[in-house]
Design a protein around this ligand. Structure first.
Ligand SMILES: Cc1cc2nc3c(=O)[nH]c(=O)nc-3n(C[C@H](O)[C@H](O)[C@H](O)COP(=O)(O)O)c2cc1C
Ligand code: SF4
Length: 551
């Protein structure tokens, strides 16, 4: 029933005769929240957010009421809600948790003193809930603390205290009018008016050499051709989950020029004739959620997109939902469990339909290339490689941040672009592309950090999340930090990954038993369904290979 929540009466005809008693008050509250919405199964995670935002947690009574409204079983809702770290499930009669401080525990934050800050905050704020949490995508200002919805960079006890109760502040970004005045959306309009064909734009992408910036590096033009080869209807999903620790380039672009991504998205959607677009944005980026909500409305007001053509969705704290098939499960309102392939998402993605999935930065470049031609990307050459990379740089450098450099840049180029090493630190090791890429020694300083250049070193560039480590950092601790992350984020679907990550953590906390770790790594790499389990051994194997003295 369009325009309002569909309510099913309790009692006769209920979809689930067993379970907790429906409470009229909770049902009225949930119904009020969903008023003016067409209740859809795939929007379950959005509804859970609505309830939690309003009531501070997910009570059993509200879950029961939501089950009623959605004609689902309580168990189904509970199963989904409990999968995501950001949902607080409350037992009967339990009060919502107190105000929460989340201290980032990723490698860059740890190196910047997050553990000590966590301990201090726990002592200073006994009235609050102080938690450790995975990477918040702001590593250039480590250590980071989330104070409710706020994220405080270079945090200390004082700045955390000062942020409590403050409203969200949006960064100064290029809004619709400014982008439009600067020639924005002209290429899109030309495409739609028939001045360019999808084949032509696809060819331009192939010529540019653009590859997926989400980590897998699949040539973007080829991806379009695969999706276009499938019979419609087709969908599109924008991957704005940016969960790989150390990565913050997507946030960087969205906080500055969101319309570059949005126009790239609309050009790509036009090329594959997508019926609808979903943007899956990580929950750690509330400012960007606000920016995108405003700017999507501006696109609608300008008549560039039809109402409801684009749906903005909020993730809920699950790294695995960055993996494209898990993201699609989440977009369908389910737990983020990666799917077995084939079929690939280009063949059977959202609701089983062919789906084009692109990372935010890939789309950013698509609009730039569509406007400026293949050469604006391709002409950047270095060390035999062409193209550009947005390296997210953090750790022991003087000026961390996103560094846009030729794709063939080496770690020395990146350190130089970051102002050199931080005072008092000597370059010792680096993580080239998130924890999935492991750790390389400083002596490998002539390798271009691009797709396909790091395999022989047991690594890969992934999302280009570079963390620079110094003589003062422990490689053993760094690798353990990475494996703890994988153990916490494994979806648990396959045994080698679930058990392997946990077991590896236990061994690494104790004495590194090389034969045992190597066996474990082999099983994980070979028998895991998705990239998480397949790449999780990399920190262990690279430390064993390059830094045997560290363990
Ligand atoms: C464990 C795992 C996590 C991932 N996380 C992300 C992510 O946060 N953002 C992203 O764009 N891609 C991520 N990817 C890659 C996506 O599966 C997919 O390749 C990408 O979104 C495709 O877009 P692209 O071709 O434009 O890069 C992840 C992959 C794996 C295996
Ligand atoms: S490899 Fe790990 S994260 Fe991936 S599907 Fe298997 S258990 Fe889940």
């Amino acid at each position: 029933m369009a325009g309002m929540a569909t309510h099913r009466k309790s009692g006769k005809g209920r979809a689930f005769p067993k379970g907790r008693q429906l409470q009229d008050g909770a049902l009225a509250e949930v119904s009020d929240l969903l008023e003016n919405q067409t209740v859809k199964r795939d929007r379950l995670i959005e509804y859970l957010h609505l309830i939690q935002d309003r009531f501070g947690g997910l009570s059993a009574a509200h879950i029961r009421a939501l089950a009623e409204v959605m004609a689902l079983s309580e168990a189904e809702i509970f199963e989904v809600a409990s999968f995501y770290a950001h949902f607080d499930l409350l037992k009967d009669g339990e009060a919502p948790p107190p105000f929460t401080l989340r201290v980032c525990e990723s490698l860059s934050c740890e190196m910047a003193g997050a553990s000590a800050l966590f301990a201090e905050l726990e002592v200073r704020h006994p009235e609050m809930r102080v938690r450790r949490a995975p990477c918040m995508g702001r590593c250039e200002v480590a250590p980071v603390v989330a104070v409710g919805h706020h994220h405080i960079g270079q945090a200390d006890a004082k700045s955390v205290q000062a942020a409590i109760g403050k409203p969200l502040v949006l960064p100064d970004y290029e809004a619709f009018e400014a982008y439009r005045e600067d020639g924005g959306y002209r290429v899109l309009e030309a495409c739609r008016a028939g001045a360019h064909s999808p084949d032509e734009m696809q060819e331009m992408l192939l010529q540019s050499g653009l590859r997926g910036m989400g980590g897998a590096g699949f040539p973007s033009g080829r991806k379009w051709s695969f999706v276009r080869a499938e019979a419609g209807p087709r969908f599109m999903a924008v991957n704005a989950d940016e969960g790989e620790p150390g990565t913050f380039k997507d946030r960087y672009y969205l906080e500055r020029e969101p319309h570059a991504m949005l126009e790239g998205m609309l050009i790509a959607a036009w090329a594959v004739a997508a019926e609808k677009i979903y943007i899956y944005l990580r929950d750690e980026y509330p400012e960007i959620h606000r920016i995108l909500s405003i700017e999507l409305q501006a696109l609608e007001n300008a008549g560039l997109v039809a109402p409801d053509y684009i749906e903005l969705r909020r993730g809920a704290g699950a790294y695995i939902c960055g993996e494209e098939s898990a993201m699609i499960e989440s977009l369908e309102g389910k737990r983020g469990l990666p799917r077995l392939r084939p079929p690939y998402v280009a063949q059977a993605g959202i609701f089983g339909r062919p789906t084009l999935v692109h990372n935010v930065e890939t789309l950013h470049w698509i609009s730039k290339i569509a406007r400026g031609g293949a050469d604006i990307f391709k002409s950047h050459e270095k060390n035999g490689r062409s193209g550009l990379r947005s390296y997210s740089v953090s750790g022991r450098v003087r000026y961390p941040g996103v560094k846009l450099l030729p794709a063939g840049s080496t770690i020395l180029d990146i350190i130089k672009a970051s102002g050199g090493m931080a005072e008092g630190h000597e370059f010792y090791a680096y993580q080239p592309g998130g924890p999935s890429s492991g750790l390389l020694p400083a002596r490998l300083d002539q390798v271009p950090l691009d797709f396909d250049t790091l395999q022989e070193y047991g690594s890969f560039i992934g999302s280009a999340a570079v963390v620079v480590l110094s003589d003062q950092d422990s490689l053993r601790d760094a690798a353990l930090n990475m494996l703890r992350f994988f153990a916490a984020e494994s979806c648990g679907q396959c045994t080698p990954c679930r058990v392997g990550c946990e077991k590896a953590v236990r061994i690494m906390e104790d004495k590194w038993d090389r034969p045992l770790l190597e066996d474990l790594c082999e099983a994980m790499a070979e028998a895991s369904i998705c990239g998480l389990g397949q790449a999780a051994p990399n920190p262990i194997l690279t430390v064993l290979r390059y830094f045997p003295e560290a363990v």
